[in-house]
Design a binder for this molecule. Structure first.
Ligand code: ATP
Ligand code: MG
Length: 259
């Protein structure tokens, strides 16, 4: 199973929107996909239509070792896409994990024990570099970083890259950055263009060619409990996520592509 974390400690940069719509696009291209909602806010779960009272089993129990990943997975309305939901008690996990000797490896262990039911797993991280994100980076092989096209886009990037280096050295040598996705790009705004150019100058080829436009359909879809790709598959936002999924597939190791 290919495992990718979607992380950026900055809030509101499009992590969850990317997680939901990329997962949907990958499922639509035939992959069996698992999305792990790893944020106590539970936005990915809500955005995929999993009501709070339907989250009897959640990633919190998976971290605690009480429930397996397979038993926590919930089928979504998207064929081939399952989700492990998050509940607010996941915020307590940051504190509870601190006392555990294997605190950085809890998610990795749960994923390693999971059956080969899924080909790709995406992990939607919370906006912090705490123990939850650490668990995601230890469990993942790839990291996808959404960057919002605004003035402070690159602020925090060096801290994130330092964290990746540290995780690589201490916990997970196989972690690498699969790509940086520019989000909320506004064609009418010169700043967006400038930020995109700056990011490409600093991060180079790691930046995906596909840029996610600012598109109101992307922000409306979650209130209907649907990925934008289902809510309006022809809106510019959906088309961009389909293109981003193709780029991502091209960057994945060969076995996943052949599967
Ligand atoms: P958090 O750090 O709180 O988890 P996040 O990084 O997951 O946030 P999102 O929740 O995906 O970010 O997006 C933040 C807000 O911006 C949401 O209201 C979302 O609907 C909206 N949004 C995200 N991407 C776009 C876009 N391309 N166009 C318009 N609105 C967007
Ligand atoms: Mg989010």
């Amino acid at each position: 199973m290919i495992r990718s974390a979607i992380a950026n400690q900055k809030g509101g940069v499009g992590k969850t929107t990317t997680a939901i719509n990329l997962a949907t696009a990958l499922a639509a291209s035939g992959f069996r996909v698992l999305l792990i909602d790893f944020d106590p806010q539970g936005n990915a779960s809500t955005g995929l239509g999993v009501a709070r009272n339907a989250r009897e089993r959640s990633v919190y129990q998976v971290l605690g070792g009480d429930v397996s990943l397979a038993d926590a997975a919930i089928a979504t309305s998207v064929p081939r896409l399952d989700i492990v939901a998050a509940t607010q008690d996941l915020s307590a996990a940051e504190v509870e994990l601190a006392d555990m000797p294997d605190r950085a490896h809890r998610l990795d262990a749960a994923m390693t024990a999971a059956p080969a039911r899924w080909e790709i797993c995406l992990i939607d991280c919370p906006p912090s570099l705490g123990l939850l994100t650490l668990n995601a980076l230890v469990a993942a092989r790839g990291l996808l970083v959404p960057l919002q096209c605004e003035f402070f886009a690159l602020e925090g990037m060096s801290q994130l890259l330092n964290t990746v280096e540290l995780v690589r050295k201490r916990f997970n040598p196989s972690l690498s950055i699969v790509g940086v996705a520019l989000t909320m790009y506004d064609r009418r705004n010169r700043l967006s263009e400038q930020v995109a150019a700056d990011v490409r100058a600093v991060v180079g080829d790691l930046v995906f060619r596909t840029v996610i436009p600012r598109n109101v359909r992307l922000s409306e879809a979650p209130s209907h409990g649907l990925p934008a790709l289902v809510y309006d598959h022809r809106c510019p936002g959906s088309e961009a996520y389909i293109a981003l999924a193709s780029e991502l597939i091209a960057r994945l190791p060969a076995p996943a592509v052949a599967a």
